[in-house]
Write a protein that binds this ligand. Structure first.
Ligand SMILES: [Zn+2]
Length: 202
């Protein structure tokens, strides 16, 4: 291992602490933080009180297409793009900041975190490797996560055309309110809010 400055190492430790706090897996930490695997494992154990979980990362793009997952994923990815393109953050910082924003947004609404950190960064990789795309809904104009190479014309999002069981999601629907209303925030170009304002649902 090459000699590193003390400050540089402190920054790496801080980054690791932040990522572990967000729920990053060991594979991700090893890829993004330049600390040895042994130190990362020790840090993980100290912070979490348990060893890092073993097991493979999720590899299917299908998870992101189910109704509730698609809403959360789309919301997160719009925030991520905002951080990346408009706030000029690098990839990792954009991921951290947009994920924090997503957590804050859901928690402030008393909602349930559907997209964990591993799902979030796996999704970013799926986008990077051209397996997912954002498709604009022809009814509300919001941009939603879709399979890459699906036709973009005439695309209707999960909010404008929810499955019939969508309204039965636990705690998601209050009287007269769209089930996804709890997710609508004024963030980062995500168009759920305008969807809801448009009143064109149902
Ligand atoms: Zn729509």
């Amino acid at each position: 291992m090459t000699a590193k400055s003390v400050l540089g190492e402190v920054r790496e430790v801080q980054l690791a602490i932040e990522l572990i706090g967000l729920g990053a897996r060991l594979q991700f930490l090893e890829a993004e933080v330049s600390l040895s695997r042994e130190r990362l494992i020790r840090l993980y154990k100290e912070l979490k009180g348990v060893s890092p979980p073993k097991g493979l990362l999720p590899f299917s793009t299908d998870w992101y297409m189910t109704w509730l997952a698609n809403i959360h994923s789309s919301m997160f990815y719009n925030m991520y793009q905002f951080m990346l393109n408009l706030a000029n953050e690098n990839g990792l910082q954009a991921l951290i900041k947009s994920y924090r924003l997503y957590l804050e947004q859901i928690e402030s609404q008393g909602g349930e975190i559907v997209l964990d950190f591993t799902r979030a960064y796996t999704m970013v990789r799926f986008f990077d490797s051209d397996m997912l795309q954002l498709s604009a809904c022809c009814r509300c104009g919001g941009k939603f996560v879709a399979h890459a190479h699906d036709s973009k014309s005439g695309y209707v999002c999960v909010l404008c055309r929810p499955p019939s069981r969508a309204g039965k999601v636990r705690g998601a629907k209050r009287a007269g309110e769209h089930p996804a209303a709890a997710l609508a925030g004024g963030h980062a170009g995500f168009a759920v809010e305008s969807t809801l304002d448009a009143g064109g649902l149902h």
